[in-house]
Design a protein around this ligand. Structure first.
Ligand SMILES: [Zn+2]
Length: 72
């Protein structure tokens, strides 16, 4: 885990009955990344389902989720 922001923000949001939407990560990379919530433009039969997007950087502190943090 690159940083602890998600856990900290989640704890604050819990007071407001809210939580960050985190996808279940499959495979070797188990880093918890917040999901960008998307919406379908057109709905109905034959329309493609909306895809999920993952944040590459922490939206709270800007740390990269994909690299090990470099020691100062
Ligand atoms: Zn962070």
């Amino acid at each position: 885990m690159a940083c602890n922001c998600i856990a900290e923000v989640d704890a604050k949001l819990a007071e407001r009955n809210t939580r960050i939407m985190l996808p279940i990560m499959l495979g070797a990379d188990q880093t918890a990344r917040p999901m960008i919530v998307t919406d379908q433009i057109e709905t109905g039969r034959g329309k493609k389902k909306a895809v999920g997007m993952f944040a590459t950087f922490c939206p709270f502190c800007g740390v990269s989720f994909t690299q090990e943090p470099t020691p100062c």
